[in-house]
Design a binder for this molecule. Structure first.
Ligand code: MCA
Ligand code: AMP
Length: 491
C-alpha cells in the first residue's frame, strides 16, 4: 500500500477527490487518514489486523477511513450501504469485527445492535482535528481487506487480501492501462467490491489522478458530469453501459451529439464484472467512438485477463493474461489442457488472495495441490484471446455485475411459511446479464407480493428474486437432484 500513500505525499496540492461542490487535495487525504489512524489506535502501537468494519457513503470520508484503517494496521471490512440488517450482521460477526465506523445516516440500522455488543462504535464525525501519533510500519504480507463474495456455498465467504495482494492488483492495472496523473475518473460502483475499490478508486489515487464521486448510479447525472469535460477515464459493468445507451436514445439529437463529442475525447473506457454483450459493445462504439476494453477478474484475484490498451479489443473476448499473472486452462483433474480446448481458468500470481476468512477447508478446496487458484470459470483460447464459455456451477448467478448464490436465496425462501421447496436460477436478460428467478413449491395460496417484501428485509435488493413462479414440483434427475437447466425452461 506504500505507493498509494507515497503518491499522496508527493502531490500535496493536486486534487484527489471531488464530491459534489467540495474538492479535496492529496494533502487533505493524508492528514485526515493519519488522524483517523491515530484515533483508531487509541494509544496502541498497532491494530494488529483487528477487523474494522465501516459503513460510509462513497466519497472523501469513505477513502480516508479506509486508508486510516490500513495505516493503523487494521483489516478494512467495507459494509454495503444498501444491505438490510441481517446481511450486515452476518459480515460483522463472520469477520469478528472489533471496531465499527458508521456515517450518521447508518446510525439507526447499526446502533441498536452495537449497543448490545462489546464492539467499539465510532461515528464518522467523532474523528476531528489533525493531530496524530506515530503510525506502525505494516508488513506487506499482513491482511489488509476482507470482501464478501457469493459462491457455491449458501453463505458468502470473506476474501482476505494482503497489502501485497492489493499492491499487485493495483500496480498491474496502472501499468497495463497507462493510468497517469492527469486522469480524471468517476466512482459510481458499489464500494464493497473489487471493481469499485481496486480498479477505480485505488488505481486513480495510486496514480495521482482525480476521483469524482456520485452517490449512486443515475444515467442522467452521469451524462451531466461527462458534459463538464473533466472525466477522461470511465469503468463500469455491462448493465451500466446498457442503461447509459437506453438513456442516450431518449435524448434529442443535439444532446446526443453533445454527449458523443465529449465521449470521443475520453482516454479509456472499460467494462467488466460480467460478460459484455457484443450488441452493447457495438452500440457504445457508435455512440462514443470507443471499443470498450473488456477485462476479466474476480474478488479472489483482482484482474487477471484483459483486452489490450493498444491493439485489437475483440468483442465477446476477455483478452490475454495481464503481466505478472499466470493463467492456465485445466480439466476437472487439474491437468493442463492446450488453451484451445475448453477448461477451467486457473490463476497464479501475487495478485491472488491469501485465504477465505475463517474457512481453511474452503481455502484448501479453492487451490490445486501446486498452488493454482481454481476460478470455476470455463474458457477457451480463440485465436490468441481468451473467451469465457460459462461457469462450472449453475448455482452462481451474475446480475448487474453482482455475483449471487442461488443456494443462499433458496435457504431463506425455504423458511417462509407455506414454502415447501424452491429452486432459484438466473434467467438470461439483455440488461442485467441474468435476473434472479425463483420457482416455489407450495400448496398454500401464497401472496407473492408479501413474500417479496419479506425477502427484501432479509436480502439486499440485488439478491432478491425479481420473478416468482408457483409450481407443483421441481424438475429432478434420477438421483433426486433439482435439474436447474430444466427449471430455467419453465420461465
Ligand atoms: C430490486 N428491486 C426490487 C427487487 N429487486 N424491487 C422489487 N422487488 C425486487 N425483488 C428494486 C431496487 O430496490 C431498486 O429500486 C431497483 O429495483 C433497482 O435495484 P438495483 O438492483 O440496485 O439496481 P440499480 O440501483 O438500478 O443499480 C444498477 C447497477 C447496480 C448500477 C447496475 O446493479 C450496480 O452498481 N452494479 C455493479 C455491481 C458491481 O460493482 N459488481 C462488481 C462485483 P429503487 O431504485 O427504488 O431503490 S464483481 C468484481 O468486483 C470482480 C472482481 C470484477 O470482475 O469486477
Ligand atoms: P465476483 O466474485 O463478484 O468478483 O465475480 C467474479 C466473476 O465475475 C468471475 O468469476 C466471472 O464469472 C465474472 N466475470 C468477471 N468479468 C467477466 C467478464 N469480462 N466476462 C464474463 N464474466 C466475467
Amino acid at each position: 500500500m506504500l505507493q498509494i500513500f507515497e503518491t499522496a505525499e508527493r502531490l500535496p496540492q493536486k486534487t484527489a477527490i471531488v464530491e459534489g461542490d467540495e474538492s479535496y487535495a492529496y494533502q487533505a487525504l493524508m492528514e485526515k487518514s493519519n488522524s483517523i489512524a491515530s484515533f483508531l489506535l487509541n494509544g496502541k502501537k498497532d491494530l494488529n489486523q483487528c477487523r474494522v468494519a465501516f459503513m460510509i457513503s462513497p466519497g472523501f470520508d469513505y477513502v480516508t477511513h479506509q486508508w486510516g484503517i490500513w495505516k493503523a494496521g487494521g483489516i478494512a471490512v467495507p459494509l454495503c450501504i444498501t444491505y438490510p440488517f441481517p446481511s450486515l450482521q452476518y459480515v460483522i460477526e463472520d469477520t469478528g469485527a472489533e471496531i465499527i465506523i458508521a456515517g450518521q445516516e447508518y446510525k439507526n440500522i447499526l446502533g441498536p445492535y452495537i449497543s448490545s455488543t462489546k464492539i467499539r462504535f465510532i461515528h464518522v464525525g467523532d474523528i476531528a482535528g489533525s493531530s496524530y501519533s506515530e503510525l506502525p510500519k505494516v508488513d506487506k504480507n499482513r491482511g489488509a481487506m476482507i470482501l464478501y463474495t457469493s459462491g457455491t456455498t449458501s453463505l458468502p465467504k470473506g476474501v482476505l487480501t494482503t497489502h501485497a495482494n492489493i499492491e499487485a492488483q493495483v500496480s498491474t492495472l496502472v501499468n497495463a492501462w497507462k493510468w497517469r496523473q492527469d486522469d480524471y475518473t468517476l466512482s459510481i460502483l458499489p464500494l464493497h467490491h473489487v471493481h469499485g475499490i481496486i480498479n477505480v478508486n485505488s488505481c486513480a489515487l495510486w496514480s495521482g489522478a482525480t476521483l469524482e464521486f456520485l452517490s449512486h448510479f443515475d444515467p442522467a447525472k452521469v451524462f451531466e458530469l461527462f458534459k463538464k469535460g473533466n472525466i477522461n477515464v470511465f469503468m463500469a459493468v455491462p448493465t451500466i453501459y446498457y442503461k447509459l445507451i437506453a438513456h442516450y436514445e431518449t435524448l434529442s439529437q443535439s444532446d446526443q451529439s453533445e454527449i458523443s463529442n465529449i465521449l470521443q475525447k475520453f482516454r479509456l473506457m472499460v467494462s467488466g464484472s460480467a460478460a459484455l454483450p457484443v450488441s452493447v459493445m457495438e452500440k457504445w462504439y457508435r455512440i462514443s467512438g470507443h471499443y470498450l476494453l473488456e477485462r476479466y477478474g474476480m474478488t479472489e484475484i483482482g484482474m487477471a485477463i484483459s483486452n489490450p490498451y493498444e491493439g485489437e479489443r475483440r468483442a465477446g473476448h476477455i483478452g490475454q493474461a495481464l503481466p505478472g499473472v499466470e493463467i492456465r486452462i485445466c480439466n476437472e483433474s487439474d491437468e493442463i489442457l492446450p488453451p484451445d480446448q475448453p477448461g477451467e481458468i486457473q490463476v497464479k500470481g501475487s495478485n491472488v488472495f491469501k485465504a477465505y476468512w475463517g474457512k481453511p477447508e474452503a481455502t484448501q478446496k479453492a487451490f490445486t495441490g501446486d498452488g493454482w487458484f481454481k476460478t470455476g470459470d470455463i474458457a477457451v483460447m480463440d485465436n490468441g484471446y481468451f473467451k469465457i464459455l460459462g461457469r462450472d456451477s449453475v448455482d452462481i448467478i451474475k446480475s448487474g455485475g453482482y455475483k449471487i448464490s442461488a443456494l443462499e436465496i433458496e435457504e431463506i425462501l425455504r423458511t417462509y411459511p407455506g414454502v415447501k421447496d424452491c429452486g432459484v436460477i438466473g434467467i438470461p436478460d439483455e440488461e442485467w446479464g441474468e435476473i434472479v428467478a425463483a420457482a416455489i413449491v407450495s400448496t398454500d395460496k401464497l401472496n407473492l407480493e408479501e413474500m417479496n417484501l419479506w425477502m427484501r428485509e432479509r436480502l439486499p435488493a440485488y439478491k432478491t428474486p425479481r420473478r416468482y413462479l408457483i409450481v407443483i414440483d421441481l424438475p429432478r434427475n434420477a438421483m433426486g437432484k433439482v435439474t436447474k437447466n430444466d427449471l430455467k425452461k419453465l420461465f
